[in-house]
Design a protein around this ligand. Structure first.
Ligand SMILES: C[S@@+](CC[C@H](N)C(=O)[O-])C[C@H]1O[C@@H](n2cnc3c(N)ncnc32)[C@H](O)[C@@H]1O
Length: 427
């Protein structure tokens, strides 16, 4: 039985690996950026690629499907960009709207509108929408200029034919070695799906993993299990890469001062909390870094955290900046989540496009002086478990494209398990 899918906001097609693993063929991809679409095309050579803005391409996508395929698609996977869905500013936007002031909207949050036009025109049996958890609290301006909650808007546009409720899941609960909280909204017009919901079932599968072993779940997959066996690296010239692993087990260099900070950072802790390394002193009780809320309720990092040992006066290996003229050093501005190591016996923290920046949130390797390698990124996003290549026309993609592809993607394992579940319900 052939099951066709359309992938909207497909990026380089990582989430689609989960469809492929279940025999669902992505026959159309749509992506704004040329290089991501190029990588998608190279991995799904038979799919028709629509590269550009979905607002202008939506009718072509509908026509192409209707002209080339009989019947409705099995699935539409829609994974719109999440950058506009931050909770910051949503409160002010609503209060402005209630006061009659036209709020400043992030146009990216409206991209579900053309996606829903495609879904409504093609009526797939199943729809999977994925985004950040805050999608549930996102408001958009609809076609009539009314401010509407995005989830309510999706339900209203698809109508009562489709059933399903959004759920916030953590990818770690599905055996991905990474905490990644995301909203998954599976909708269906399949009669069995309706029955499943009426009988108290769900359109997403049960968790396979949890924070401890239980009768029904296994303990989360930890960093030690996922990447503990890989060759050691150090962010220093000559030590920052090894052969094999498609040339992807390599990390960017850190300069001498950053290595000094990172070399002295304990597992699970931040370089902002490093203690005295003067062998004659070794004082371990220097004040650690913190943050507190200001009068507007905004979290601000403390500015009085010491950079010099409170006992012997030696420079602490804490992130600093240096005045170009005077050479005077002061503590770098930043939160205690920066220059922070992950923990071996936990899943990784969420991988973003910044996962190779030491200063980004919790991005340091648990014990080695470096960030994660590109190869480790593939393992922790579960991409390494599937057949996927970063070579286009025989040439390896840029590191930037690989990082963006990993950081923006949906872990294929999550989509794989969801697809296995919905196929079981359908048949
Ligand atoms: C979250 S990513 C999708 C990830 C993808 N499903 C995967 O697993 O790799 C969202 C994608 O939407 C694309 N995008 C943003 N605006 C768009 C638009 N107007 N039309 C089409 N694609 C767009 C972005 O370039 C980005 O690659």
């Amino acid at each position: 039985m052939t099951r066709n899918a359309i992938s909207l906001f497909s990026s380089s097609g990582v989430g689609d690996l989960g469809l492929k693993a279940n025999g669902i063929e992505t026959v159309i991809g749509c992506e704004l950026l040329e290089e991501r679409m190029g990588l998608f095309h190279s991995n799904y050579p038979k799919a028709k690629c629509f590269q550009g803005d979905i607002w202008t391409l939506k009718n072509e996508i509908i026509d192409h499907y209707k002209e080339n395929y009989a019947g409705e698609p099995f699935l539409i996977l829609a994974t719109p960009p999440c950058q506009g869905m931050s909770s910051n500013g949503m409160g002010k936007m609503l209060s402005d709207y209630r006061k009659g002031i036209r709020p400043k909207m992030d146009e990216r949050n409206r991209l579900m509108i053309p996606a829903l036009d495609i879904i409504n025109a093609l009526r797939p049996e199943w729809v999977i929408i994925e985004n950040v958890a805050n999608m549930a609290n996102t408001f958009i301006e609809d076609e009539n200029g009314e401010l509407v909650n995005l989830i309510a808007y999706i339900k209203q546009k698809l109508g009562s034919d489709y059933c399903g409720e959004p759920a916030v899941i953590d990818a770690a609960d599905y055996g991905v070695p990474q905490h990644r909280k995301r909203l998954i909204f599976v909708l269906s017009r399949n009669a069995n799906a309706k029955k499943t919901l009426q009988n108290g079932g769900r359109l997403i599968p049960h968790f396979t993993h949890s924070d401890e072993d239980t009768l029904f779940t296994r303990r989360w997959v930890t960093l030690r299990e996922a990447i503990g066996g890989l060759p050691a690296l150090r962010a220093e010239k000559g030590k920052n890469s090894v052969a094999g692993y498609d040339g992807l087990h390599r990390v960017p260099l850190l300069d001498e001062k950053k290595l000094f900070w990172v070399d002295n950072t304990k597992e699970g802790d931040s370089a902002f909390n490093n203690q005295c390394v003067n062998p004659q002193c070794g004082y371990q009780k220097n004040r650690i870094h913190g943050a507190s809320q200001n009068t507007d309720g905004i979290n601000q990092a403390h500015t009085d955290t010491p950079l010099y040992c409170e006992k012997c006066g030696a420079l602490l290996p804490r992130p600093w900046v240096e005045d170009a003229k005077t050479g005077e050093k002061r503590l770098m501005k930043g939160f205690v989540s920066a220059y922070r190591r992950m923990k071996w016996d936990e899943p990784a923290s969420t991988l973003t496009q910044n996962f190779q920046y030491a200063c980004s949130d919790k991005k340091l390797h648990p014990s080695q002086s470096r960030v994660l390698s590109l190869y480790e990124g593939l393992v922790l996003q579960s991409i390494a478990d599937y057949d996927y290549s970063f070579c286009v026309d025989g040439k390896m993609c840029s590191d930037g494209l690989i990082r963006d592809t990993i950081g923006e993607s949906v872990p294929p394992r999550v989509i794989d398990l969801i697809c296995a579940h919905i196929i079981k319900i359908s048949s």
